[in-house]
Design a binder for this molecule. Sequence first.
Ligand code: FEO
Ligand code: CA
Ligand code: CA
Length: 728
Amino acid sequence: MSDHDQDLVTNVSPNPEMSAIIARRMLLKGGAGLAALSVFGALAGCNGDDVGSSTPDAIGATPSGVAPPRATTLSFNPVAKSVADAVRVPSGYYATVLFRLGDPMAASVAAFKNDGTDDASTFDRRAGDHHDAIQYFGLGADGKYSATATDRALLVMNHEAITPSFLHANGQTIVNGARTVSSEVLKEFYVHGVSVVEVVKQAGNWTYKQDSAFNRRIHTLTPMTLSGPAAGSRYMVTKFSPTGVTTRGTVNNCAHGYTPWGTYLTCEENWAGYFRRTTATDNAKRTAKELTSFARYGVAGAGRELWATPTPDTADNLYGRWNAEALGTSTDGSDDYRNAPNTYGWNVEIDPYAPSSVPKKRTAMGRFAHEGAWPAKAVAGKPIVYYMGCDSRNEYIYKYVSTAVWDPADASRGLAAGDKYLDNGKLYAAIFSADGTGRWVELTFNSGAVNAGYTPYAFADQADVLVNARLAADAAGATKMDRPEWGAVDPFTGAVYMTLTNSNSSLRTLASTDAANPRHYNDARTNGSAQRGNPNGHIIRWLEAEPSALTFRWDVYLFGARATADAANVNLSGLTAENDFSSPDGAWFGSNGIFWIQTDDGAYTDVTNCMLLAALPGTVGDGAARTVTNTDASGATKTVQTYVGAAPGTTKLKRFLVGPAQCEITGITESPDGKALFVNIQHPGEDMPLADLSNPSKYPSHWPDGGLTRPRSATIVIQRDDGGIVAA
Ligand code: FEO
Ligand code: CA
Ligand code: CA
């Protein structure tokens, strides 16, 4: 598995992959309750009382509160699968490169040389690496949020990780297991995190504004406030913040969320691996509870990128703070960084319109490998609701429901509104039952099994529950899923979609297949090599009476597969050459209801690079129950009943884009008029053998700059030749 996509599997709980508990039957019928899903004046500029209409949420959606009609056709010809080192879009469309790794974000910063020699100290003002989630925030003439700004915006995006070989002149310098060139490490600290960058459209062309006062990099050194129930708790005490109320930086920012009050949520995914913790010397210094927590989150080992290793350390422990070993003599951790891993694994709120604001880590939303946080529509008088996934195999799906109910007057209050809605609420985990229903179980101290009597982890208080949300979800009996990646809420039906990117034969065994994770099969590559388990993934969806409801109905919208795979047991959605795909990751609804699917695939790469597909989904229950016969490597079989959404055929699911060599397609947003689609291309050419770095003709990719250049992650803009709305 490539380094960018580390999937630390730490769930050894006895929870069934799907609960055997039969949930209460949902009372939900047809469209009942859907009126409550409609937005109610989500942001200033949005119309008021339109309950019962299908007005989408304001951020990233519709200008002037006027909803576009739901798209009923996909008006483009599908793109063929490709292994070319190029971005392919349909005829009648063009893609331009907007914002690449290293691009300068201040007037004083020189153009990027892209040979590994650019000055490390400038990278806090350059585009980061591994572009991931992205969100369009319309920028008005007054410098504030504008729902109608179709030609000026702040793009906010994540920079998840790095391709180390291309970042430095000769790759990372490592001697005897230690980083010895501190400037290389500083550069890496800076290229992770988040970019806020102003973009403008002039004469039909989108460019970024190098000297915008809004441009900002948030990275692993940026001071952050810890907020919510776990802030100031004993779990957060570090030498940097002996009272446990602040921390430095954010890392492995994968997908994202946005709020009705115009802020961005960046989500910390595979953060655990960055911490160094030498178990041979540290375990003896730790309590049994601490060891259980470390094991459940995967905090052990040398530390990804070896950031703790440069010597000597700085006075403010820029390197040492990545060492989570108990090294000091204090009893509370105020003289070392033994608790530093507890300050990561959160959703972090950023106000893109306030460049000097301090980001806040929202602890009420729980600590896990956050892929992203996807909001239900904000409705006046109803709680704010987020759906979230924990991206590792056999991990869970979560939901956050605010205590405060939405008041549209908060739409312009920025992080202060976040304090109101994101610091006080209830966290839930999902149970998917075999009868096609499901329920949300509460993760609150002394609720159900989440208490001091839970074995193997006796919870002490609510801060403990939130810091150890994975263990709380174990206690609650949540359903182990096939790697939850992105979620998306259908703006017309309120149905929630979540990609389950894939699993393998040891983590989705034949025996552990269940209704919601129903496949175990062999996806043979063209060279005959076997790939077993659920290597192509699927997309589950559910529908609630309203977002704060505790029950739902679910089905599987789509199953990834080769078009040539067994139609009875593997290619359950009837995919064809025009729309077959593997490993869904990014998922997003445009304001016109087109559902976009992005892939981060390793299974189908013998045939095609990663891709973007457009879909016209129906809704939960539009298909039928179906029995699948699974077969493992020994020939043993098991039948499973699942629920499969209506097959899309060739008109309701089409491949829209194929990316360059070894990239992942991730992150997608649109201008409010739907005429510009912004998409991120992550890590082209990532599998670069270090030994070949001096021979550019051997680089796996030269995208986007071509010739013999080093590849760069980048944001592209896709528009129609005729200036029309993309895809509809
Ligand atoms: Fe960073 Fe879950 O993909
Ligand atoms: Ca992802
Ligand atoms: Ca991924």
